[in-house]
Design a protein around this ligand. Structure first.
Ligand code: ACO
Length: 365
């Protein structure tokens, strides 16, 4: 339905997605120019656009390090409540159980909580030690160390950092819209973030990278790509990691992540060759099937390879997305909250009516 596409839901200073030019601006900078900056520097700039915090990069890094220590204690105390949940459901529950406080302070705590929960849930699933944070480390480096039970690796930490910066904000995507809708009712940041995680979970949004890896596993070798992809498209199934609501060209994040993968060298090379072959075949098959629609590689395709090379289990790909996007969600929630506008669209009723009903409005709430 056309009415569900392309309408402007908000004005924002946070990010701009150019779907034709294939460019992404985050807090006024091109992603390609900032993709190797520390996550905390980019997150601080985003938050500064919505909150009155005026964070300097070192000030924010130090506040976030201290918040990671509190997040660790919270995680340990809630640990038994989360047992048995999938990683993304455990993350959503962990956020939902936070007590409400001051919005600006909550923002730092929520960024720390999300990252630390993902790292500790991952370590736990792998049977590794649940390590306490090192508040003096960079955020991504500390998370990489914790998620791998102490096997700190600067190359993997740098790749994880680039990933988190690449996904930190991206216009009015479904989960960001969700966060803004919740914030627009004057609800609290915890509720906005828990709701956004629920929206992110779906495979048409942030749930795609796990299935991308499943696809590569199923294809197994470049020579199988053509028949496997044709089978999927003939069966009416979507190829995960391709297509985007906004981009009519290549998602710029895909290339940033591909660059980060190349820098990982041998850690990533085995799957990279297969992935490039699959990408070529998939783009050709999609162009043939949908000649009028430009379906290109999206962020999730190379996310899958990068997070796999960093050592994350595929069940943690969507939670890792949340650990980066949470800063964008918070900045958007506050931007919305400050606008004072309640988001309340209308629907068009197409159901049964009593005899003689002559209601005329096209969109009627
Ligand atoms: N594989 C096969 N067919 C596709 C794909 C795909 N990946 N993407 C779109 N199509 C088809 C649609 O089914 C549609 O066909 P139809 O006209 O016969 O119904 C046609 O192409 C046009 O679709 P769009 O209008 O471009 O798709 P839309 O904007 O609604 O959806 C979406 C975008 C959800 C991302 C879609 O491309 C998709 O499902 N991709 C696979 C899942 C994925 O990679 N998700 C991650 C997105 S990135 C992110 O959210 C972080």
């Amino acid at each position: 339905m056309d009415g569900q596409r392309d309408w402007i839901a908000a004005e924002t200073k946070l990010s701009r997605v150019d779907g034709i030019g294939g460019e992404l601006l985050i807090a006024g900078d091109l992603l390609v120019d900032i993709s190797e900056q520390p996550f905390e520097a980019v997150a601080a700039r985003l938050l500064n656009l919505s909150f009155d915090t005026g964070w300097s990069e070192p000030g924010f890094a130090s506040a976030l390090g201290a918040a990671r220590e509190r997040a660790y204690e919270r995680f340990r105390s809630l640990h038994s409540v989360l047992a048995g949940l999938s990683p993304i459901d455990a993350l959503r529950a962990f956020v939902a159980l936070r007590p409400e406080g001051d919005a600006a302070a909550d923002a730092v705590e929520l960024i720390a909580d999300t990252g630390v929960a993902v790292a500790l849930l991952h370590a736990e699933q792998a049977g590794l030690e649940l390590l306490a944070p090192d508040s003096g480390k960079a955020h991504a480096a500390d998370l990489q160390r914790m998620l791998s039970g102490g096997a700190a690796d600067p190359a993997k930490a740098a790749a994880l950092n680039t990933y988190m910066v690449s996904v930190v904000d991206h216009g009015m995507n479904a989960s960001t819209f969700t966060a803004r809708v919740v914030a627009s009712t004057a609800s609290d940041p915890n509720s906005a973030i828990a709701s956004a995680i629920g929206a992110l979970k779906g495979p048409l949004h942030g749930g795609a990278p796990g299935p991308v890896l499943d696809m590569l596993d199923a294809i197994d070798a470049p020579e199988n790509a053509e028949s496997w992809i044709a089978g999927e498209l003939d069966a009416g199934r979507r190829l995960m990691g391709f297509g985007h609501r906004i981009y009519r060209t290549r998602d710029p994040r895909a290339d940033v992540l591909k660059g980060a993968l190349r820098r990982l060298g041998s850690l990533a090379s085995s799957r990279l060759a297969l992935a490039e072959a699959v990408e070529r075949v998939a783009l050709g098959a999609l162009a043939e099937k949908y000649p009028a629609r430009s379906l290109e590689t999206n962020v999730e395709f190379y996310t899958a390879l990068l997070l796999d090379a960093v050592g994350l289990d595929r069940a943690f790909f969507t939670p890792a997305f949340a650990a980066g996007r949470v800063a964008g969600w918070l900045a958007h929630a506050m931007e919305q909250s400050r606008s004072g506008a309640l988001i309340r669209p209308k629907s068009r009723y197409v159901g049964a009516v009593p005899e003689g009903d002559d209601f005329r409005a096209a969109a009627n709430g």
